[in-house]
Design a protein. Sequence first.
Length: 312
Amino acid sequence: MRAVTIRDERVVVEEHPDPSPQAGEILVRVRAAGINGADVLQMRGRYPAPPGSPADIPGLEFAGEVAELGPGALRFELGDRVMGVVGGGGQGELIAVNERLVMPVPDELEWVPAGGVPEVFTTAHDALVTQARLVCGERLLVHGAAGGVGMAAVQIGAMAGARVTATVRDEANRAKVDALGINAIEPDGFEEHGPFDVILELVGAPNLPADLAALAQRGRISVIGISAGAKVELNFQQLMAKRGCILASTLRARSLEDKAAAARLVERQVLPGFASGDLSVPVARSFGLAQAADAYAFFQQPGKLGKVVIEL
């Protein structure tokens, strides 16, 4: 099979042996795979793949057709359209994956948007609903809403009945997010728009002092992105006075059991939103497999809105 391959801190397309599904696994013919920030970090040698995932083939999410069933795999049939979150290897023509990590692709989605669903919608749902316990009527702030996880988060928040505000630095993208019915604001001075019951932090540690200032009583801050920095000095007296909570997590290195549980929640609570029209997958641009290097270069440019997807 051909796959996006990391070589000397850049990506190329190379041939690899075809994987074979083991017990409880399915082999998927990948049709589309989204690019995520972790893929770029892995390319640069700063985020190694977890054990069991290929060290040189990036890709945390994929969508494709079931091509082969491993021993004991019973959830899907040959030809089923499926998608899932993996520790790596999603950007290859074939991937063997435990069937418990895989979800059906909603009928409403073509391959390109489907390839950009699993990682960002699972991450956003896990951070907002499972961890931060966002409920109807609460005030939600999403930082960095123009990215894949941010766009998923504002839609999940709105579908949950929250009052959603989103920070978007690019003025043109701010207008597009605002057109979705989301209150899109400039990042600078965002704390003046609070208080917020839940804050999804996708930018990094420099936002945390202002996040605390914007937090409501019993509010929750969920940190899942640190691209702008990982260290900051905080006034915990302020957090204590608000009886607030700071949560933080990553999805990639979790156990099979944890990832499977997250996938089942997304199946039940998120995927129906594509049928109802509450959810969509904004795609900034898609690229063919041969243009993988261009896709990674485009992903790293500022000013995008939504996902960058590789078609295989």
